[in-house]
Design a protein. Structure first.
Length: 620
């Protein structure tokens, strides 16, 4: 029966009959300058979902919370505030790239992004780009990529927003954001802090989430200035500091004690100079990315293990408009990476150079297509020539079909190559993971409703897996081949009349990701995931309701043990007491897990019971 379901859903996804789509275009005002040209101009054949500022505010605790309730991505989270990793279209956490203002910020140490170390409040919008993106964004963009965007608005304005909240488990949160702009200058500064005891009750037991407290501080700043009518200088900075305790696990009627602690320091700085005219854009970027962690086996001790990396990154882009219908984007970038740590043995510096060529052709009013190529050169490994093809054909103003295909890859991390520590030994002879991917999608939008259906297939080879090599010692090798395929459906309904507004958004994903040798579904990949939210506003009153359903997931490679599926709902109410000109005062009240579900998304780590939050928002 399961196989028949696979074929039926894929047949629907690849069929061009009775199919609808979400409008993925991004409206830009003339005074707004965006930071990622590749995402805006060279993704015609890809599914791109934009999460607006209003959506971000509903789940602003972390990037994990935002994407869990508003995308098809599945997250493994070791309890609220713990380490959080993504599974995008059945791929691993290290095969999902996070892009900060056009730059891949996945860890150089483990290849992943911990989504609980990314604060969402200080970004103007967040984009989810599905499908292989290694040509444009480098290593790890196999399942898809998450884009954190700061936009520059060169117009006369000055706004200040303060949000402060208090909630269950002694959770306090403060966010301040200030924006200033003229026709020549733009500045944006944001501070975000959260502190929580995080000692929620484990439903059905006498235990609580002991040693689970965390403190996060995020600082974000952007600055831009027109040096002349054709030259813009922009600077970005982000620093994230986190001090987290790691709670123990619940097994049966017992809980394992823990006194672990973990500190994160992530810092990113970027300067770009853009020169442009009617026919071309020339852009030079220089960035420094720093990451460091400290792990305390005993938080009361001063002894710790650590790891850190520094990445000096330079990039030059030249976008040329041959005419109104043809665009060519040439990119050259270079990374110098240093990594070291307690458990990194004889690690070596990395020098990575890549050349990228992006071509886009508007063949007619109905057909756009693109051809992209990438080649990397480094002394650590042999990188394959990567390619990506995409196209979009508009049958009418209501219906269009999209296609993309690509070859993608992921390079071994410092952990994979050099780890020398408890239970493991790195392998310097690893090859990059490679994959072939294809996707087709259909879109129709009519009046207030829009739906999408996408079908995809991914074949990945030389996957890096850590396996036992002797006794309790594990080491990574290239052995696995994984086949992933599935279907995604999205629906949006938006209606405004008089002072009323209703917005309904839903996403459903069916995902198969099998180890071809074992013929088993990979661990922590649900067959089904559904998110749905509806919001309503009238004058100064607003409310929203969110639903998340995750299917059961296997937690052993032989598929003999699993975590039960679950559904979780959240409810929010808001009222604006004062609103005049650009000044507002709003009170929000939220209830999370309103039905008090007992659930886990990682084995033996219960998630929070019903909890509450009240938030005050001041706009000046």
């Amino acid at each position: 029966m399961k196989k028949k379901t696979h074929y039926i859903l894929l047949f629907i996804a690849f069929s061009a009959v009775s199919v609808f789509a979400q409008n993925d275009s991004i409206t830009q005002l003339e005074e707004v300058i965006v930071s990622d040209i590749k995402l805006k101009k060279f993704s015609e054949g890809y599914k791109v979902q934009t999460l607006s500022d209003s959506v971000i505010k509903r789940n602003d605790i972390s990037l994990t919370s935002l994407l869990r309730y508003n995308s098809t991505i599945f997250f493994r989270e070791n309890g609220i505030g713990g380490i959080s990793s993504a599974s995008f279209r059945g791929t691993s956490a290290s095969q999902t790239a996070v892009i900060w203002n056009g730059i891949n910020i996945n860890s150089q140490l483990n290849g992943q992004t911990d989504f609980n170390t990314v604060s969402v409040n200080n970004y103007d919008n967040i984009d989810v780009r599905s499908g292989g993106g290694s040509v444009q964004y480098g290593s790890g963009a196999i399942g898809g990529s998450i884009h954190l965007n700061n936009e520059f608005r060169f117009s006369n304005h000055f706004t200040n927003t303060l949000r402060t909240s208090y909630g269950s488990f002694n959770t306090t949160k403060v966010n301040y954001k200030s924006k200033y702009g003229t026709k020549k200058i733009y500045a944006d500064v944001g501070i975000d802090a959260i502190n929580s005891d995080n000692d929620y009750k484990y439903l059905g037991t006498e235990f609580r989430n002991q040693n689970g407290g965390f403190k996060n501080l995020n600082l974000n700043a952007s600055f831009g200035v027109f040096l002349s009518d054709n030259n813009v200088l922009k600077a970005y900075h982000n620093t994230f500091l986190s001090d987290r305790n790691f709670s123990g696990i619940l097994s049966g009627t017992a809980i394992s004690p823990s006194n672990d602690a973990y500190e994160d320091i992530n810092s990113r700085s970027l300067i770009t100079w853009k020169h442009f005219n009617d026919s071309y854009i020339s852009k030079l970027s220089v960035a420094h990315l720093h990451e460091m962690y400290r792990f305390f086996d005993d938080k009361d001790s001063e002894e710790y293990d650590f790891g850190k990396s520094n990445n000096l990154y330079t990039k030059y882009e030249f976008l040329y408009h041959l005419n109104d219908d043809i665009q060519l984007n040439a990119i050259a970038d270079y990374s110098f990476i240093q990594g070291e740590g307690t458990n990194f043995g004889n690690s070596e510096d990395r020098n990575i150079f890549s050349g990228v060529l992006l071509f886009k052709h508007k063949l007619s009013e109905k057909l756009n297509y693109g051809v992209n190529l990438r080649q990397e050169i480094t002394g650590d490994y042999d990188s394959p020539l990567l390619f990506a093809l995409d196209a979009k054909y508009k049958f009418s103003k209501f219906y269009a079909i999209k296609f993309n295909g690509s070859r993608n890859y992921r390079i071994p991390t410092y952990n994979d190559l050099y780890w020398v520590g408890p239970g493991g030994l790195g392998n310097p002879d690893l090859k990059p993971e490679t994959s072939l991917q294809a996707e087709i999608g259909h879109e129709i939008s009519y009046k207030s409703i829009a739906l999408s259906i996408n079908g995809y297939y991914i074949n990945a080879q030389d996957l890096i897996r850590w396996i036992p090599v002797s006794g309790t010692v594990w080491s990574p090798v290239n052995i696995d081949e994984v086949e992933s395929y599935g279907a995604e459906i999205g629906v949006t309904y938006q209606k405004k009349w008089h002072n009323h507004e209703v917005l309904w958004q839903s996403n459903y994903a069916y995902t198969v990701s099998e180890d071809k040798e074992l013929g088993k579904q990979l661990i922590y990949v649900p067959f089904h995931k559904l998110t749905s939210s509806i919001s309503y506003s009238y004058n100064r009153f607003s409310m929203f309701y969110q639903l998340l359903y995750n299917d059961a997931v296997f937690i052993t490679t032989d598929n003999t043990r699993e975590i039960d599926g679950y559904d979780v709902s959240n409810l929010g109410l808001g009222f604006t007491y004062f609103k005049k000109d650009n000044k507002e005062f709003t009170v929000d009240f939220r209830v999370n897990n309103i039905y008090n579900r007992n659930y886990q998304n990682v084995g033996f780590r219960p998630m929070p019971n019903r909890n509450y939050q009240i938030q005050l928002i001041f706009k000046l």
